[in-house]
Design a protein. Structure first.
Ligand code: NDP
Length: 329
């Protein structure tokens, strides 16, 4: 029995091709659990894996898709049985392993989490790796003392996947959210998610000139990195924290250590890929409780497998708004 997969291939000259193909189950990688995938999604990393691989993909042909949700079809692990609804994010699935851009995926049971109560498989992929990571970032800020009433919380790359979900969660929790965007046309969208203030990217993108500026932000979820993150560090309130999630604006950090030494600012690293199981379950249950579903629905851009090659280019160009949810069937 064959099923559809979005297969990316690279020839000897390095030319990449991508298209939907019918493949058979014997081509799936080894694993304990076979999942009938219902939905996957599009993250920045997927954009890389849909193209030349960005150093993440090791072997072609490759099936990308760093996250998926679906129903267990077969399992040799006692924790999962046919019919169970499951979610997968991370563990380098969709990068070094075949991922969720297919009607079937085979993975290790350790990498799965049960679908949280109150979410459908489509909801879970509207959240996806981007939203799951946004929740991890908010949890890290809370663990370091962030509370509603402390002051405005900055979200960078706000109209993207991580930023959109972070904005909606923080606003629901009662924080005043300042959303940084390079796309002024997303203002109504961001305010609809709960942002009370829009900060133009240019206002905050310039390289650090003074190591300390006025103490403005009580917390920050940063999806951008680079010069913007460096600049934000000098604008944090005393003792406040920045959760470093992404590098959409660059991997360098042209900062000084002064905000750490004179303002006790914390820079918190957020990794979603190797996150232990207990943290994953906690984050997903917080998502089910603290992410308003009506806001989530408003972020969704629906797509099919065949749309992915074009969408991959769009996310790398910073042109995707919110969360793309891929119905693989
Ligand atoms: P998106 O492309 O959806 O969002 C990124 C946003 O960043 C864009 O929408 C844009 O927001 C902004 N942006 C893009 N380019 C620039 C630039 N040159 N300068 C300033 N801002 C820019 O990606 P995701 O939300 O899926 O991911 C965001 C980042 O987080 C990526 O780097 C990704 O790799 C990383 N990530 C990390 C994870 C982890 O485990 N640490 C997990 C998931 C993602 P706007 O248009 O509003 O300005």
């Amino acid at each position: 029995m064959s099923f559809n997969a979005l297969v990316v291939d690279k020839d000897e000259a390095g030319a990449v091709s991508a298209g939907v193909e019918a493949i058979t189950e014997d081509r799936l990688p080894e694993g304990d659990v076979t999942v009938a995938v219902e939905y996957s999604t599009l993250n920045y990393k997927d954009g890389l894996c849909l193209g030349s691989g960005g150093g993440l993909v090791r072997a072609w042909p490759h099936v990308p898709g760093i996250d998926f949700a679906g129903t267990v079809e077969a399992s040799s692990d006692p924790r999962y049985a046919p019919g169970d609804k499951v979610v997968l994010t991370g563990w380098r699935v969709g990068e070094v392993r075949w991922g969720g851009y297919a009607q079937k995926a085979r993975v290790m049971a350790d990498w799965l989490v049960p679908l949280p109560q109150g979410l459908t498989t489509r909801d879970a992929m509207a959240v996806g790796t981007a939203g799951f990571t946004a929740m991890l970032a908010v949890m890290a800020l809370e663990d370091h003392g962030l509370k509603p009433g402390n002051g405005p919380v900055l979200v960078t790359g706000a109209a993207g996947g991580v930023g959109s979900v972070a904005t909606a969660i923080l606003a629901k929790l009662g924080h005043e959210v300042a959303a940084v965007t390079g796309r002024p046309e997303t203002e109504a969208y961001l305010k609809g998610l709960g942002a009370s203030r829009i900060v133009a990217r240019e206002e905050i993108a310039e390289t650090v000139k003074r190591p300390l500026e006025s103490e403005t932000w009580a917390g920050c979820v940063d999806a951008v990195g680079g010069a913007m993150l460096a600049r934000v560090l000098g604008q944090m309130k005393y003792g406040a924290s920045v959760a470093a999630v992404g590098l959409a604006g660059g991997a360098a950090l042209p900062a000084t250590v002064v905000p750490f030494l004179l303002r006790a600012v914390n820079l918190l690293g957020i990794d979603s890929v190797m996150r232990p199981y207990e943290d994953r379950v906690r984050a997903w249950s917080r998502i089910a409780a603290d992410l308003p579903m009506d806001k989530l629905t408003g972020m969704v851009v629906p797509a099919r497998l065949a749309d992915l090659p074009e969408l991959g280019k769009a996310i790398l160009a910073g042109e995707v708004r919110g969360r793309v949810v891929v119905d693989v069937n």
